[in-house]
Unconditional design. Structure first.
Length: 439
């Protein structure tokens, strides 16, 4: 049947090529030839599938073979595209709701090793002492080599109160170490806030989920009841989340009609622009955004937009560099594709993909001993550019930020040198404003 179909296809291709002198341009010819090559390759795939089913030493299910082939196909793309079986797809759907059973970590594949991008604050993984850059070699004794991110997520998810053992390798460890972590219902409260030194507002966004903007509005309403002289927006170790929430968060701090972010993909429907509405804007105070290597995706959209629009000073270390948009495409059997469909760009056309956001002021995080369990050395921190098959980000606007960042070393004894430096700068700004007012 396949052979007869291929023959018909070949005849059709020949007819179309003959007709191109009158009806088709050169691009159409290329498309027709590409379709022909695709079906030739599918013929080879069908042959391999038939040979395996007929000759492999043990019985195999064609469903398993095809699912494996689909996973391999998606794995050959960038690290954020993947195939989700029906059960995995159901689990992934709960992530953006802000509540799910598991450990509370963002993971990726680096050098074919399952690696932690960042633990989510106040989750079992965070309390157990897992760190950004930790390499997960086993899950409950099962090696993670060749395990996809989605398969790993499925293994780490589970019923509240049950345990999972992660075998971790970390820079500074002499050997691997097992972490026994008790699963919990991860109720990720997206926003934390407080007032520092009476006049400096502090807001930390842990991840961008459905409730983020509502939580942010409540935080802003509360901390601005009394006049504040500056705001610190902490996006460290925020792995990202929903694009629309990143736009809404940015919208809270900029004037109406400002471009926040735009996306470009292969199809017209993937080319989108998002601008500010001017509703609920907070414009009366200076801002500092703190970022680090765990700040990814939606975090980088916010930081990039407010940096380009001169609304905030960015402080910290280089961000992760994930500047791509993933679309979840459901399939007929209940499974789904998580497919990278576009790249996003800052208002000035800067490419984030593979590069990240460079802070205006670089303040390194303290590197403590492995026993104390802090930040790994800079060359062991995972970023997008370190991932296999990551999308390149060369193309971009000539308006890319060219200023050299200011480098500031943290002082010994500071518990959080980045936050302390941000608060110090905002207090200094307030003092200079008062002096300016008297001149």
């Amino acid at each position: 049947m396949l052979k007869r179909f291929s023959g018909k296809l070949a005849a059709t291709v020949v007819i179309l090529i003959i007709s191109t002198g009158i009806f088709l341009g050169s691009s159409s010819v290329k498309n027709v030839l590409a379709v022909g090559r695709t079906y030739d390759n599918l013929k080879v795939f069908a042959e391999v599938l038939s040979l395996v089913e007929s000759n492999y030493v043990e019985d195999v299910k064609s469903e398993d073979l095809i699912n494996g082939a689909i996973r391999g196909l998606l794995k050959s793309l960038d690290p954020h595209s993947s195939y989700m079986t029906p059960d995995i797809y159901k689990e992934i759907q709960v992530e953006t709701e802000g509540e799910f059973g598991g450990l509370g970590i963002e993971i990726t594949i680096k050098n074919e090793i399952l690696t932690i991008v960042a633990p989510i604050e106040d989750t079992p993984a965070d309390r157990a002492g897992l760190k950004a850059g930790d390499m997960i070699f086993k899950i409950d004794g099962e090696p993670t080599k060749d395990m996809t991110v989605m398969e790993a997520v499925k293994r780490m998810r589970g019923k509240e109160g049950t345990n999972v053992t992660l075998t971790i390798v970390r820079e500074g460890f002499k050997e691997s170490k097992d972490y026994v972590i008790t699963r919990a219902v991860i109720k990720v409260k997206s926003v934390k806030y407080r007032t520092l030194d009476e006049t400096i507002g502090y807001i930390k966004i842990k991840s961008f989920q459905k409730s983020t903007t509502d939580e942010l509005d409540n935080a802003l309403k509360t901390i601005t009841k009394n006049k504040i002289t500056g705001l610190v927006l902490d996006l460290r170790n925020d792995p990202g989340g929903l694009l629309n929430q990143a736009v809404e968060v940015s919208d809270r701090f900029i004037e109406k009609g400002q471009l926040i972010v735009y996306t470009k993909g292969k199809t017209e429907e993937q080319n989108m622009k998002f601008s500010s509405t001017g509703r609920n804007s907070y414009l009366d105070f200076p801002m500092i955004i703190i970022v680090n290597a765990g700040s990814a995706s939606a975090s980088e959209i916010v930081a990039g937009a407010l940096q380009d629009l001169k609304r905030a000073v960015i402080l910290g270390t280089q961000t992760f560099g994930k500047g791509s948009v993933q679309t979840i495409i459901p399939l007929s059997d209940g499974s789904a594709l998580r497919l990278t469909t576009a790249k996003y760009y800052t208002p000035k056309g800067r490419v984030i993909q593979g590069k990240g956001i460079t802070p205006d002021i670089i303040v390194e995080e303290p590197v403590l001993t492995a026993k104390a369990g802090a930040v790994p050395p800079a060359d062991h921190i995972v970023r997008e550019k370190d991932l296999k098959n990551h999308l390149k980000g060369e193309e971009g606007s000539t308006e890319e930020k060219k200023e050299q960042p200011v480098v500031v070393k943290g002082k010994d004894g500071e518990d959080d040198p980045q936050l302390e430096r941000a608060v110090s700068l905002l207090k200094s700004w307030s003092l200079f404003q008062q002096i300016k007012g008297k001149i």
